[in-house]
Design a binder for this molecule. Structure first.
Ligand SMILES: Nc1ncnc2c1ncn2[C@@H]1O[C@H](COP(=O)(O)OP(=O)(O)OP(=O)(O)O)[C@@H](O)[C@H]1O
Ligand SMILES: [Mg+2]
Length: 288
């Protein structure tokens, strides 16, 4: 069975994509799954959680090479906890921006990562899940992730612009992806992350009702591909352990298990979220 590709996306910046990618990879890995992370963001924050900064400074065998049919290398990641399956990363590098600036990237085929993932035995046989972190923009690397996706997860916090980002994505971008993808992508849900414990549950319920109403106004070919219970039940609250995680000095030296296990609330959120992701995948029920 080829791996299930989960793309974490919201073109609005700072909504928790990179954090959620790392937490989900961890959560699935401790459930015994083999997980490959793809850092599709040339800003390279996900890569910098796991690789030394001087490696991220210059990548010549990462996702860009994957996309242009070049030679790529899967880095083995140590999460700091014994897991039965492999955890890998295909990184981005800060140098990619310069490649783009100098026009050294030939054709930006939006289906490039989809095609490569389909044909690459090292990925097809080696992993249960591929999790793609995407940039906060709607440009080709984002589309690589969206067209490769079997499942899309949209992270958002409670900030108005992030929530508007979700609506734009659902109304303008996802329908396009559903129509043009060679796969049958499904929206697994909206994941609320980085929210304060002060937020009341009925505030969240009201928000969910209004977003569901919005999605139901889309064509049924679209909303039937969106998971019926739109918001994940597991909320990932604001936690000091996660604050500025991808911006800390020498962050790659601290294994993710140490960060997560310092907070019992965070640990159970990560476990709960990964379990919910697998439940939703195994029993997908679209909106009716
Ligand atoms: N649950 C949380 N608790 C505390 N801080 C959080 C939490 N989730 C995310 N953050 C912080 O919010 C900021 C944005 O998160 P993150 O970098 O994951 O978002 P992003 O969507 O990947 O951003 P970008 O669009 O720049 O790629 C970071 O400083 C991160 O540490
Ligand atoms: Mg990010």
């Amino acid at each position: 069975m080829p791996p299930k590709v989960i793309t974490i996306t919201n073109q609005k910046g700072g909504t928790g994509k990179t954090t959620l990618t790392a937490l989900l990879a961890y959560g699935l890995a401790i459930r015994g799954r083999r997980v490959l992370m793809l850092d599709l963001d040339p800003q390279s924050h996900l890569s910098s959680l796991f690789l030394r900064i001087n490696e991220v400074e210059n990548i010549s065998d990462g996702v860009l090479e994957l996309a242009i049919q070049g030679r790529f290398k899967i880095r083995q990641i140590d999460l700091g906890v014994k897991v039965s399956g492999e955890v890998g990363l295909i990184p981005s590098g800060i140098n990619y921006i310069i490649d783009v600036f100098r026009g050294m990237i030939p054709a930006w085929d939006p289906q490039a990562v989809y095609s490569r993932l389909m044909t690459e035995p090292a990925i097809n046989k080696g992993y249960d899940y591929v999790i793609c972190d995407t940039p906060p923009e709607l440009f080709t690397p984002t589309m690589w992730g969206l067209y490769a996706a079997d499942y899309i997860i949209i992270p958002s916090n409670m900030e108005e612009l992030s929530l508007l980002g979700v609506k734009i994505l659902l109304k303008e971008v996802i329908p396009d992806v559903i129509m043009k993808s060679k796969k049958e992508p499904k929206v697994l849900g909206i994941a609320l992350i980085n929210i304060t414990r002060r937020v009341k549950s009925d505030t969240i319920a009201k928000l969910e009702t209004s977003v569901v109403r919005f999605v139901r106004q889309l064509p049924s070919a679209i909303y039937s591909r969106v998971y019926g219970k739109l918001f994940f039940d597991t909320l990932i609250y604001r936690d000091d352990e996660l604050r500025d995680l991808a911006y800390r000095p020498r962050r790659w030296e601290i294994p993710l298990s140490r960060v997560i296990n310092r907070s019992s609330e965070l640990r159970s959120e990560v476990e709960g979220f990964a379990s919910e992701v697998e439940n939703r995948i195994n029993n997908f029920k679209g909106m009716v």
